[in-house]
Ligand binder design. Sequence first.
Ligand SMILES: Cc1cc2nc3c(=O)[nH]c(=O)nc-3n(C[C@H](O)[C@H](O)[C@H](O)COP(=O)(O)O)c2cc1C
Length: 448
Amino acid sequence: MAYQDLREFLASMEGDILHIATEFDPKFEMAALLHETQSDGRVVLFDNVKGHPGVKVMGNLLSSRARIARALGTTDKKLNETYLNCKKHALEPVICAGPAPVKEVIHRAPADVSALLPILTYHEKDAAPFITCGLVMAKDPETGRRAMGIHRMMFKGGNRFGIFLANPPLSSYFQQAEEEGRALEIAVALGVDPATLLAAVVKVGSTGPDKLEVAGGLRGLPLELTPAETVDIDVLARAEIIIEGHVLPGVREQEGPFGESTGYYFSNVSPVVEVTAITHRKDFIYAALCPWTVDVDNLLSLASGTELLGQLQNQIHGVVDLELITGTCGFAAVIAVKDCQPTDVRRLIQLVLSLDLRLKIVTVVDAGVDIRNPREVSWALATRYQPDRDTVLLDKMAGYVIDPSAVESGTGSKIGFDATRGPGEQFDAVSIPAAAQAKAKSVLADSF
Ligand SMILES: Cc1cc2nc3c(=O)[nH]c(=O)nc-3n(C[C@H](O)[C@H](O)[C@H](O)COP(=O)(O)O)c2cc1C
C-alpha cells in the first residue's frame, strides 16, 4: 500500500505507536524519552506538549527497519533490493488537486516562530532549540533544478534561524545566489511520510531524477505540490508544516554547539535564515529526529549503504554485502566478499574509502561471516587478519567535516582491514553435526 502522507502512514500502524499522555517539555524531556525508547521499536507520539496545546510531537519514526520496509511496501529482507528498484522508477510530482492540507493555517511574517512550533532542545550543551527533521527545499538559481536535503537549523529567536549548509547542492545553490548578491529562497517541510524522508538523503546527481521524483518512486505515489506563499517554490502539499524563508547573502553567525549524529557537540559559523511565512495543518504533528540514534543509522544505512554496495558491485567482482556499523554515523563499515583475491580486496578497500567521504574504517570479511553480528566480525578480525600483511592505510584523504577527530577542513586518514582468509590458509572453523543441531533446536522449541 502507498501512503500519501505521514498521518495516513501513522493511522495504518496505530498498534505500533507509543502514546505519551503525560505533559512533556520540548526542552530536553522529549529527547530523553526518545532515547530511552530507541530499542522499543515503536513510534512515539507526545499528545500533551508543554506550551503548545492541541499540537503533537512525533519521534522514532525510522527506529525499525521493518517499519521502513512497510513504508516502501516490502519486507525487511527485501528492503535494499526494493529501494534500488523503486529508485529506478522515479515519478514526477503532481500539483495538489484540492486545497493543500498544509495551507489550513497561514502565518505571514511570523514574529516568533517558537510560539507556533515546539522546537526541541535535544542535548544539555546545545546552544538553542534545533530543527533536525526539516527537508530543506530550494531551486538551482540558474537551471531551476529542485533540491531537497536535511539541514539542521538553530532557532535564534523571533523569525531567525542558523542553517548548516555543508553539503551540495544546497550549499552550492546558496554560494551561487550569494555571489550574485541575492538571498536564496528556501522552504522547509516538516512531518512527511517515511519514504519521502528517505528520499531527502538519497544521493542524486546534477542530472536525472531529482529527489522529489525519487520520493515518488519510493512511495509508489507521486508527491503532491502546491505553490508556497512567499517564495517561488512548489512545496509538499501534504506535509504537516512548511517554513518559508530566505538565506541571507553575506551573513554568517555562530551556529551551535549542537549534539550531532557523531555523538559529539559540533559548532560552525553558518548562514542565517529569515522566515517569511509558516503554514501548517490545523492539528499538526511536529517531527523530531534525535541525532545520535538508530533512526539516523537506518536513514544512512539505506540511502548511503545500499548505494555504495551497488557501486562496488559494479566495479569489483565478488562483493556480496555491506553494512554501515550502527552508532558510527556512517564512518565505519563491514563488507563481505566471496572468491576475492587479496589484491582485489586491497583495491576494494581503496575504492570504497575514496568513494564515500564519510567512510573512514572498513573491514572486509569472507561471505560466511555474518556482517550484522559484531561477535562474528570481531572473530574474523582477530583470527584472519595479520596487521603487517592485511592493513591498508590512506592518509591526507578528504574526510567529513563533522568528524571530531578530522584535522582542519575535514582532511584525515582512513584505514582498511582485510580480515578474509588468505590464499592457502587452511584453518577449519568449528562446527557441530547438523543432526545434533536439529535435535537441540527441536527439543528447545518443544520446551517453551
Ligand atoms: C540525519 C541527517 C542530518 C543531516 N544534516 C545535515 C546538515 O545539517 N547540513 C548538511 O549540509 N547536510 C546534512 N545532512 C546531509 C544532507 O541531507 C545530504 O548531504 C544530502 O541530502 C545528500 O544528498 P545530496 O548531497 O546528493 O543532495 C544530513 C543527513 C542526515 C541523514
